[in-house]
Design a protein around this ligand. Structure first.
Ligand SMILES: [Zn+2]
Ligand SMILES: [Zn+2]
Length: 296
């Protein structure tokens, strides 16, 4: 339907048919002044970060003995404590001072207020665009990630920072070298610019990408986890494996490229290998990682 040439009645009927319109109207009329601000996207992302870290840090520190969490913990012998969490929080704070707050300031000065369109996006438009962004990021990060591990100086200088933790937890998701954070944040922010993207779709993409990035770092394999129902999705077990065995499971969210190139490995695969192979599979030669800092 061409909305530029339709009558008022046709426009109203189209608007009434949009499933997301009531939600969009509610947001526009009640918190529109916040959503329009150029500061909204960075602070929305930051609040999401803090919420995830606070909730899972509470689980890690206070509920680790509750059977539900104990059973779901992937590396059961590795308990999370403040000594592990603090270096990660310090680096995140440093990265925020270096990138996030200056970028927010740039947005405040140069970026005009966001136009909130009258119409909501269709469910199809929102879901298909988020899925395209998801696939594009996942495949691009796979290439970037493999290069980060195979190019020795790049691993030592940049990506090894993320691998200071061999047993991840929520706060470790953002334990990134400033360059890697810049690359990841720029990609996530700009990939929706490839299409005319509705702001609701843009913010949904932020929520999805951040949720998935945190979910794979929680260190828990919950009975309701998506990878149990969707085998093409990596989930926490595969990324946990990547932190334990850094030369396996490079794809961040799906696993079809890992399977295609022979990088995908599960705990069952490791157990099936003979003792000697299992002890070295997916690990760097000691000389290659000599001198690199490790936290756990
Ligand atoms: Zn990781
Ligand atoms: Zn890695």
């Amino acid at each position: 339907m061409n909305l530029n040439n339709c009558s008022m009645d046709e426009f109203a009927a189209y608007k009434d048919g949009l499933i997301l319109q009531p939600v969009w109207d509610y947001l526009r009329f009640n918190v529109g002044h916040i959503l329009r601000s150029p500061l909204f996207p960075p602070f929305f992302s930051l609040s999401f970060d803090y919420a995830f870290v606070i909730i899972f840090t509470f689980f890690d520190l206070c509920l680790y003995d509750v059977p539900f969490f104990k059973n779901a913990k992937i590396q059961k012998d590795r308990q999370v404590n403040w000594e592990l969490i603090l270096p990660s929080l310090k680096l995140q704070f440093f990265n925020q001072i270096l990138w996030i707050y200056p970028m927010a300031l740039v947005q405040l000065v140069w970026v005009p207020d966001t136009e909130l369109p009258e119409l909501a996006p269709t469910v199809w438009e929102l879901c298909s665009q988020v899925m395209i962004f998801f696939l594009a990021f996942d495949a691009s990060y796979f290439v970037f990630h493999v290069v980060c591990h195979k190019v020795r100086w790049l691993y030592r200088w940049c990506h090894s920072v993320h691998h200071m933790y061999s047993s991840p937890f929520a706060a470790a998701a953002q334990h990134l070298h400033p360059f890697e954070l810049f690359f990841v944040a720029t990609f996530i922010t700009t990939v929706p610019w490839a299409f005319p993207t509705h702001c609701l779709t843009y913010w949904t993409w932020f929520v999805v990408s951040q949720s998935v990035s945190y979910e794979v770092h929680t260190g828990y394999d919950f009975p309701f986890a998506l990878h149990r129902f969707l085998p093409i999705y990596s989930g926490a077990p595969a990324h946990d494996m990547h932190h334990m065995r850094p030369l396996t499971c490079f794809q961040p969210w799906f696993n079809y490229l890992d399977r295609l190139f022979g990088y995908h490995i599960s705990y069952e695969d490791l157990k099936k290998m003979n003792k000697e192979k299992s002890a070295r599979y997916g690990l760097y030669d000691k000389r290659e990682v000599e001198g690199l800092q490790r936290i756990n």
